[in-house]
Design a protein around this ligand. Structure first.
Ligand code: FCB
Length: 443
């Protein structure tokens, strides 16, 4: 492994998300999220998979925490299910829901691992979608309400907070191409969501700081260098548009306090006096999720005239067709350094899906994933060598889970989950990462 230079202070972590692992969808007062609704709509998710049971982490979390401890990570990044904490989205908290996260946080801490809490990983309560969702400006206050409730309960023990996971992806896949919940393909809805979510981020930063003890607060975005899929004017224009919406629409206002001017024109009077000051208040950390480069194609029928094409022919790809090219990660990290004020950066997601054929004991010898991780860690180290303030790396994901519209057939875990028995079996990549972490820590 190229990377002993990461040194003993580098933070190693593993990431998950509530909807993808918890299950217990209708238990202890939880109400449906837009992902429950979407996945129960025929034709939306491969094989009709839903989050009803998922990895049953809600009941099996002690086992998962033990896996984290054995892996040797310093941090565990997870998210809370909004509709478990606030079944109506706003109003009275659900004691049983908060108790679950309380137990989880205590277990994680007892294992010697720091809990890194992300407030929202895509599972908006369905009741709030019915009140207009991110199209309703009030959603910024609904979200700040969630932040306050969770920070009041856990803010004495959780020191590391993120507001949103990949708000840019939430907008693009949920409101522009419609592959994700709530399944919209609507230009105006997307523009409204961009600004409301940004405002919600800003309000939540304030609510976390007001209610938690000395918190680190940040935002997580999925950023990916965008290239034209072909070398002509239409593709170059598509690449510019995709870069604007994917990489800048929800990062520029947070990091620079302003929208790119062409987007500001489109947002119009959605942006009110004072909004950008709220959105642009300094954050303590930036979470970068990165998987692959994006290739833009013109798509005249799409809300912004652009779509995402496949990886160039003949280039290596993962099991879901995402291009394997660590140079994209180095480039993205350097871009963050070049274009935004300095803020500590953590890679909060990186990983890969592969076919993962288990042997008779459920063991997966995923050397393809080991090679992927090796390449991307080397790429991260190259960015550090070039002066990027990169402080940590969280693998996606601790375990196989519900991969959104692809369901359970797509496996990103370093631990295999057998969905019939719910048995967890560490893969070769888990063992590999464990050795890397131990070696780099001098353990
Ligand atoms: C990211 C998501 C995460 C997972 C990975 C593969 O965009 O944040 O939940 O689906 O992709």
């Amino acid at each position: 492994m190229d990377g002993t230079a990461f040194g003993p202070d580098f933070l190693w972590g593993a990431s998950t998300a509530a909807f993808q692992i918890e299950g217990a969808a209708a238990e202890d007062g939880r109400t449906p999220s837009i992902w429950d609704r979407f996945s129960h709509t025929p034709g939306k998710v491969l094989n009709g998979d839903t989050g009803d049971v998922a990895c049953d982490h809600y009941h099996r979390y002690p086992e998962d925490v033990a896996l984290l401890a054995d892996l040797g990570v310093g941090a565990y990044r997870f998210s809370v299910s909004w509709s478990r904490v606030l079944p109506q989205g706003t109003g009275a908290p659900n004691a049983a829901g908060l108790d679950f996260y309380d137990r989880l946080v205590d277990a994680v801490l007892a294992a010697g691992v720091e809990p890194w809490l992300c407030l929202h990983h895509w599972d908006l309560p369905a009741s709030l979608y019915d009140r207009g969702g991110w199209g309703n400006r009030e959603a910024a206050d609904w979200f700040a309400g969630l932040a306050a409730v969770v920070a009041r309960r856990l803010g004495d023990r959780v020191r590391h907070w993120f507001t949103f996971n990949e708000p840019n992806v939430m907008v693009w896949l949920g409101h522009v191409n419609g592959n994700h919940a709530p399944g919209l393909r609507d230009r105006q809805a997307a523009l409204s969501a961009i600004h409301t979510i940004n405002l919600a981020h800003g309000r939540a930063v304030g609510a976390i700081r007001a209610n938690a003890t000395d918190p680190m607060v940040g935002l997580i975005a999925s950023l990916q260098p965008v290239q034209p899929a072909a070398d002509d004017a239409a593709h170059r224009q598509a690449a510019q548009a995709l870069d604007l919406f994917w990489n800048r629409a929800m990062v520029d206002p947070v990091m620079l306090g302003r929208y790119p001017s062409d987007l500001a024109d489109m947002l119009g009077d959605r942006v009110r006096d004072g909004d950008l000051a709220t959105i642009g208040q300094p954050i303590d950390a930036f979470g970068l999720n990165h998987y692959c480069r994006l290739y833009a194609v013109p798509d005249p029928g799409a809300p912004f005239g652009v779509g995402i094409g496949g990886a160039p022919d003949g280039t290596p790809v993962t099991g879901v067709g995402w291009q394997i090219d660590g140079t994209g990660l180095t480039e993205q990290l350097l871009r963050l350094k070049a274009e935004y004020p300095p803020v500590p950066i953590y890679i909060t997601e990186n990983g890969a899906a592969f076919p993962d054929l288990p042997d008779a004991n459920g063991y997966v010898d995923d050397q393809d994933r080991v090679a992927f991780l090796t390449e991307y860690l080397g790429a991260a180290q190259r960015a550090r060598d070039a002066g990027v303030d990169l402080r940590g790396y969280f693998v996606w994901s601790l375990m196989d889970n519900f991969e959104w519209e692809l369901g359970y057939g797509t496996r990103f875990g370093i631990v295999r989950v057998d969905y019939d028995t719910l048995v967890r079996t560490p893969k070769a990549s888990y063992q590999h990462l464990k050795e890397v972490i131990a070696a780099l820590r001098g353990g």
